[in-house]
Design a protein around this ligand. Sequence first.
Ligand SMILES: Nc1ncnc2c1ncn2[C@@H]1O[C@H](COP(=O)(O)OP(=O)(O)OP(=O)(O)O)[C@@H](O)[C@H]1O
Ligand SMILES: [Mg+2]
Length: 341
Amino acid sequence: MAKTLILETIASEMPTGVIVLDKNGTALYANTFFLKSFPVDGGVEGRHISSIMENANLLKTIDSFLEKRGGNSIDIEINDGSRHFNAHIVPLKDKGEFSLLLFLQDITEEKRVETIKKDFVANVSHELRTPLASIKGYSETLLDGGMDDKETLREFLRVIDRHATRMARLIDDLLILSRLESHQMAIVSAPMDLSELITSSTKGFEKQARDKGISITSEPTDELPKVLGDRDRLEQVMVNLLDNAIKYTPSGGRVLVRALKLDGGVRVDVVDTGIGIPAGDIPRIFERFYRVDKARSRELGGTGLGLAIVKHIIQGHNGRLQVESAPGKGSTFSFFLRSAG
Ligand SMILES: Nc1ncnc2c1ncn2[C@@H]1O[C@H](COP(=O)(O)OP(=O)(O)OP(=O)(O)O)[C@@H](O)[C@H]1O
Ligand SMILES: [Mg+2]
C-alpha cells in the first residue's frame, strides 16, 4: 500500500486538529478535524493564522516561535468560548526552511468532568462542615460548664444527636450514589409485582403522614403486568419520592400513589398537593446537592441527594423519569418501567 495514502488517511481520520504554518505564520495545510473545529470560508490555505484562530495567548506563543525560528515544542491550553483545547506546538526545521505544526486536541469533556469533580468535593466539604460546626459548638459550650444544668445538657445533646444523624445520612447517601455510579451496586432486574411494592412503601409512610396531618393513599392497582426491576433499588426510589412528597407538602395536603398500565410497561405516579417546584428549577433538581430552598431543605434534614439517587436507579433500569409541578399546587413525579413479558 502507498505510504502517502496511509499518511493522508491518518491525517484526515485522526480526532486531533492539525495545522501547518510557514515561517510567516501563513497556513500551508489543515486536516479535516481542524477544519471542522475552526471552519473558515474558502479553506485555510494562504491565510494568516491570526485570521483563522482568535486566542490571544496562542497567537502570542506562535509569534515568538516565528521570531526565534526555533525552540522546543510546548503544550498550552486554550479556551475558545465554551470549548477547551490542548495545543501542542512543534517547530520544524528542514534545510534552512522553517515551519510550525499545531496539534489541537479537544479537551472540553475532560474539563467538564474536572469541574464537576471540583464542585463535588467543595459541596461535600461544605455539607459536612455545617453539622460538624454545630456539633463542635454545642459540645464546647457543654464542656465550658453548660452541662451543669441538666435541662441545657439534654437540649444540647439532642441538637448534637440530630446533626450527627444528618452527617451519617449524608455519608450513607454518598456511598449509595458512588456505588451506583461505579456499578458496584449492580441493578439486578427480575420480573416483579409493582402493586405489592406500592402498597408496602405507602404503608411505611402512614405514620409520618399522619403526624404531619397529610392523607396518604394508593389507588387500587390490580391487573398490572409484572415489570423488570430490582425490588430493593425500586423501594429506595419509592422511599425517596414519598419522603419528598410528604416533606414538601404542608399539613392538610394529600399524597397519592397510582400505577398505570401503558404500552410496553407500567408508569408509577407519586402525586402531592404540596409547595410545588418553580419551572426554572425543575431541570436541576436531579443534580447532586441541588435544593430549591437550601435553608428549608436543610432544616428538614435534607442533603439534596435523594433525587440524584432516584435518577441513577431509574436510568439503571433503562426506565424514564418525569416531573410535572406547579408552585403552590403540587408535584407529580413519575417513573416508567418496561413490562417483563
Ligand atoms: N415533591 C416535591 N415537592 C416540592 N419540591 C420538591 C419535591 N421533591 C423534591 N423537591 C425539591 O427538589 C430538591 C431536591 O430533592 P432531593 O430529594 O434530591 O433532596 P432533599 O429532599 O432536599 O434531600 P434528601 O432527599 O437528601 O433528604 C428538594 O430540596 C426540593 O427543593
Ligand atoms: Mg429528598
